[in-house]
Design a protein. Sequence first.
Length: 532
Amino acid sequence: MKQIYMTLLGIIFTLSALAQSAGDIVITEFMQNPAAVGDDVGEYFEVYNTTDTDIDLINWIISDLGSDSHTIATNIIVPAGAYAVLGINTDTNVNGGVTIDYAYGSDITLGNGTDELLLTAPNAVVIDQIIWDNGATFPDASGASASLNPDILDATSNDDGSNWCESTSTYGDGDLGTPGGINDVCGATCPLQTSNIVATCDAVTNGVDSYTTTIDFSGGATEAYTITVSAGALGGDDANTTADGTFIISGVEEGTDVVLTVSSATCDFSITINSPTCIAADCVAEGSVIFTEIMQNPSINADPAGEYVELYNTTDASIDLEGFVLKDDVSTGETHTIASSLIIPAQGYVVIGNGATPNGGVTLDYDYANDISLGNGTDGVILECQGGIIDQVVWDDGATFPDPSGASMELAASAYNSTDNDLGVNWGEATTSFGDGDLGTPGEDNSFTLSIIDVNSGSFSLYPNPALDGSITVEAKENTALTVQIYDLLGKEVVRRTLTSGQINVSNLSSGIYMVKVSQNGVSSTQKLVVK
């Protein structure tokens, strides 16, 4: 009878876990930088059950957007309307005196600057996640946890860094936090918020130019603000009388960073704008230079040392990349203008990356320092010239692109163009060792190749192309199952079918260009498909 009872109890817990929805559990506190003890023993985070039913966290996954991941292996009950604390170490004699309900060990680290924390239920639903930002909006304290205002314990509010503050209550050995208890109430928050900081050269010459910065703001006309700048002239909208507007800082000399400072009854913050590099560039056509290799997660040395991108000149003439801009696809803060002559030979390569040493033995042709960070999960890089995109690649955390550690992503030689390198199916993990032992071919022809034959060579055929009537026909020489995958130009799989031969409905696809991959018996073929 006892065994039957325990089995039924296990089934109830399993069904309960599978029924969880986003927001049932929320992250309400995290200690990423304890001072009383080291990070490796004192880090923790707190969760809160927003429902009226106890929730068991067994088989839930703790992770970040990188390589950190831990599956909870025991029953951890979070009572309805109550808290649980998860951390590195349960020993209060060494962890700073915090009582931990579950230890995830060294599998999870909470970055002191920028990092993420995700909770995923066994049904693969992300129940909650937060992404902190090195003090930009979230607190970035030492010796104090980041604490969600206890008046708003929900999965939407905790996405907003302005709803968090540094803890003020002392626990254990002297750090500040309320692990397992009601959080400290956050003080009045600054209503003035800034975004979209853009610094633009007024001219682009080989001499010293000036630049202008625009900064959007919201929450104005709420307090009496004093706003100053360290250089140039402040203009644009007045935050004392305008709710939503734009600050304009003009006449700043190239090479001079400028600081905008805001103070009021509840506001006290500064924003530093780094000077852009205003260098004339000899621009080329889109696709003349393309990304062919990306090392976003080296293992010999910790990121960002060892990160690099490889660029290839698809033309028959050398190209000087001086004045070209490398930038992140999303973060406006990650931008670097190539400030010196950088010749990329005709049908040749250059390697640019983070010049920190040791770097795993990669030889760089150019150092972009810490201006660019290559995200291990989802990220992207863009090469621009005078505002025009020359090439860009956006990878997707392993969904279609590879997601290696200690190996670069390499573009297949058959896909050396600015359209095909948008598709993850054309990239693979490097297999050739270089330098101190990571895998890649920086500055050389890539080792990754696709097992590709011409789609109309006799093994497969695909028609009509362009697709005019909402369907295509795929025929195979062999009468065995084949898989057809269709990707859009962002690398997202939009159609997948398994068949021997026959028609595939593409009527739900918008007009445009797609990539079709046909696979059968270990042989694959890809080609462009035009849908009209």
